[in-house]
Design a binder for this molecule. Structure first.
Ligand code: S3P
Length: 169
């Protein structure tokens, strides 16, 4: 693995960014960072608490600052939050500072994987099906605009190999 290559995983909630990211990082002995977990580590509170206290705008400011810091590093594998692409500056940082892998997911797959999840504030009270569809409509072109590699739903394992091979110098 090229030691200076950053790998950035983007994609919707429930696509498997964190679990695939951990596998990839272990396989190539790369430091693994999960953006939401970094935010929680640095603030000492959960993403849900940040949304409760500071609203989505406060969370997005923190997300932007931590992404900027993490993406300046070299040789890291970073799993981002699904909404990171909403900010044009974040999209620029991801596109310019690493190899961007877009993990896709269908809404039924997301609903299945998130059935017992209570940690996503944007999915808390909503009609999840409708909300996930709306997010897909709003965000798909944004993922597409920065993706170097697209992994279709369920293609994670081949994707892991493909992503790592593309990153080899
Ligand atoms: C968000 C997705 C979450 C987290 C936050 C906002 C979003 O990350 O960053 O709740 O905007 O869809 P996941 O991709 O892990 O769900």
């Amino acid at each position: 693995m090229n030691p200076s290559c950053n790998l950035f995983l983007v994609g919707p909630t429930g696509a498997g960014k964190t679990s695939i990211g951990r596998q990839l990082a272990a396989r190539y002995a790369m430091p693994f960072l999960d953006l939401d977990q970094e935010i929680e580590r640095l603030t000492g509170v959960s993403v849900g608490t940040i949304f409760d206290i500071e609203g989505e705008n406060g969370f997005r400011r923190r997300e932007h600052a931590i992404l900027d810091e993490c993406s300046r590093r070299h040789g890291v594998l970073l799993a981002s939050g699904a909404g990171v692409v909403l900010d044009p500056a974040n999209r620029r940082h991801l596109a310019e500072r690493g190899y961007v892998v877009w993990l896709q997911a269908t809404v039924p797959l997301q609903l299945q994987r998130l059935a017992h999840d209570t940690t996503r504030p944007l999915l808390a009270d909503a009609d999840r099906h409708r909300k996930l569809e709306a997010m897909a409509i709003a965000r798909t072109a944004l993922y597409e605009g920065i993706a170097d590699l697209i992994i279709p739903p369920g293609g994670e394992h081949e994707g892991v190999v493909a992503a790592s091979e593309r990153c080899i110098a």
